[in-house]
Every structure is written in C-alpha cells, then in structure tokens.
Design a binder for this molecule. Structure first.
Ligand code: 5AD
Ligand code: FES
Length: 362
C-alpha cells in the first residue's frame, strides 16, 4: 500500500513536470499527500537551474504607504486596526530608497502599499515618471491593490512594467471567509485579467494555510494559475497578526509552503517564484529552504528603517531593524552558502521556455 501510494505520487509529479497541468482531482491528491518531497524538490531545482542557472533575482521592495481603506480579516494594516501607526512616504523619500537600492545593485523596484486614496492616479503617475526617468534601465513593479482599469492602463503607459496582485484564493467561498462583503472576488479576478491584457508582467499569489483553505481550494488555485499563466506567483505562509480578527488562527506551515513552491516550479518552469519574507519569518532558514524547493526570487526591503516596523502585515516580520545594505549583504551571503548568487539585472522572465510550456500544453 505504502509503495503503491509512493508510486502514484511520483507519477503525478512526473506528469506535472511533463505536461505542466493536472486535473482538479490530481491536484487534490498531490496536495493532500505532500509526498515524495525530495523527489519533487530535486526536479524543481533542476528546472529552475535549466532556465535561470544559479541566479536568484532580487526585487527591492519599497513599502510606500501603510494606509489602507480595506479591512481584510488577515492583514495587520487593515483599516480597523487602530493600533497601526500610519505613514506615507513622500516622492523624495521614495527616490532616496531607489537611489540606495540602485547603488546596492537592484534593477527592479517594487512600489508596494495599502489601498490608499491619498495617492491619486496623478500622484502615482508622477512617481512612475520620476523613477523611470532617473532609472531607465530598471523595471518598475506596482503592488497597490485594486484600481480601475483606466488607472492600470495609464500607469502602464507611463512606464510601469509589472503588477503584483495576489488573488489570495481562487475559490469564491473561501475568498468570502478572508474578506468582508464589500470586497468582491470577481473584481479581484477581473483586475488580474485586465492587467494581463494591458501587457503588464503579472504576479498573483496566495497565503498558505489561511483560515478555511483546503486541498480543494488549493487545487482551484493551481487550476487558476494554469489558466492565467502569470509571470510571477507569490506565496508565503499565513501568519496571524495580533490585532486582526484572525489573531487566534493557526499559522501556515513551512512544509506545505515548500511543497507548493516545488509544485509551482513544475507547473510553470520559467515562473518567477519568490522565497518570501513571510517564509523567512516562520523559519530562520525559510528563504534558503524556499530556493532549494524551487523558488528563484528574493525581495529585500528598501523602505527607510524608520517605517519598517509599521508595515506590519503579520507578527514578528523579519528585517524590520536592518538597513537596506545589511539585508542585501545578508541575503547575498545566505544565497552563496547554498550555491546560488544574487543577479544584478532586471530579471525579466525568460521567453522561449514559456512558449515551450504553452506548446506542451496544447
Ligand atoms: N500573513 C501572511 N501574509 C499576509 N499578507 C497579508 N496579511 C498576511 C498575514 N497575516 C499577504 C497577502 C497580501 C500580501 C501583500 O501580504 O497575501 O496580498
Ligand atoms: Fe534582512 Fe537578512 S535579509 S537582515
């Protein structure tokens, strides 16, 4: 029985790495089994090595505002968290982060923030213009939640290259357990499809072990990702934040996060797959383990040290006391210790493999 099961799991892993898709039932089985881990991770490492060598891409994260009009049950910067000390970075402060980051070798900047009406489209356009004028060789990623399609289009025309918007869950009932009724599952999904249609390199993603998540909702996530074919998928463990409705919920597991990273690498071999800060938060070697499970991106923080602790999406977030340079060096050392090196380029997704993947799917 045991051997039979092991065999069946290996077959599913092989099938995924050849066809880059599975049926709903197959996904559920594989996700539930969490079996043949080393076999999966070896295959995942081989694939990322094949497409990206031993390079780990870096994205410099600038958390420019922690104001948010939304009230997601899991998130520490939700509007009802009165404990949160709110801040906004000025254009000058943002440009200082970029300048420091550029010196440190970052060629992608990620502007991430809550959904903050203070930053009107005009203000965002101004920020994009400044950054792209001064750093034409850098990619600019936006991660500021749901906006109107016209705004997304305007930002893209101004020069933004990429957009990260985690879908959080591809199951509408699960979505409603994580978010208050005023947030719409359909609108979020529409945003992602629109972003893709506009021409952005798109990132989606979800938390691992969020309350109400099951093997079925995770299978749905995998099917959605197969359909969307995003350039990046950000996943990290759910970590409770003490002043949210989910304060008493259970944290997501390291093991399951790593397993899903491995599966995502097989699902789309050229995927940009970050070993997230949340992963580094639940285990001191979390990000290294993530890379060894198939991830190929790290996103160190470039925000001014004075505001870092305030961008607290979850408890015990790491790197909140460290200068950008310290994080850069620390990560460089950590990656070298496991046989990888940080890349100094924009780290665009490679082209031909994606075509190869799509051909294989047909
Ligand atoms: N634990 C882990 N990840 C979280 N995020 C928000 N709150 C938490 C939490 N408590 C993630 C969400 C969001 C991203 C910016 O951070 O997936 O999209
Ligand atoms: Fe920030 Fe190690 S990555 S201190």
């Amino acid at each position: 029985m045991q051997n039979y099961r092991r065999d069946a799991v290996r077959k599913l892993i092989d099938k995924l790495s050849e066809k880059h898709r599975l049926s709903r039932e197959e996904w559920s089985l594989l996700i539930e089994s969490q079996g043949e881990r080393e076999y999966l991770f070896r295959r995942a490492r081989e694939l990322s090595r094949q497409y990206y060598g031993n390079k780990v891409f870096t994205r410099g994260l600038i958390e420019f505002t922690n104001y948010c009009k939304n009230n997601c049950y899991y998130c520490g910067i939700r509007r009802d968290n009165k404990e949160a000390v709110r801040y906004r970075l000025t254009l000058e402060e943002i440009m200082d982060c970029c300048s420091q980051g550029y010196e440190l070798g970052f060629r992608t900047f990620v502007l991430q923030g809550g959904e903050d009406g203070f930053y009107t489209d005009d203000k965002i356009v101004e920020i994009i213009q400044e950054i792209k004028d001064r750093y034409p060789d850098c990619a600019l990623t936006l991660s500021m939640g749901e906006r109107e399609n016209d705004s997304y289009l305007r930002f893209y025309k101004t020069g933004a290259d990429r957009y990260l918007l985690r879908h959080e869950t591809a199951d509408s009932r699960h979505y409603a357990k994580l978010h208050p009724p005023e947030l719409s599952f359909k609108h979020r999904m529409d945003c992602l499809w629109n972003l893709k249609e506009i021409g952005y390199q798109v990132g989606c993603g979800f938390m691992v072990g969020s309350p109400g998540q099951t093997k079925e909702t995770l299978a749905e996530d995998m099917l959605f990702i197969t359909e969307l074919q995003p350039d990046m998928v950000g996943i990290g463990p759910f970590i409770p934040h003490h002043s949210t409705p989910f304060a008493e919920e259970i944290q997501g597991s390291l093991e399951q996060t790593l397993y899903l990273l491995g599966l995502l690498r097989l699902l789309k071999p050229n995927l940009l797959l970050p070993a997230t800060t949340a992963l580094g938060t639940i285990d001191p070697k979390g990000r290294e383990k993530g890379i060894l499970a198939g991830a190929n991106v790290v996103m160190p923080n470039l925000s001014p040290v004075g505001v870092r602790k305030k961008y607290e999406l979850y408890d015990n977030k790491i790197c909140t006391g460290d200068e950008a340079a310290e994080c850069r060096q620390c990560l460089g050392r950590r990656m070298e210790a496991i046989g990888y090196e940080l890349a100094v380029d924009r780290g665009d997704p490679v082209n031909c493999p994606r075509e190869a993947v799509n051909r294989k799917i047909e």
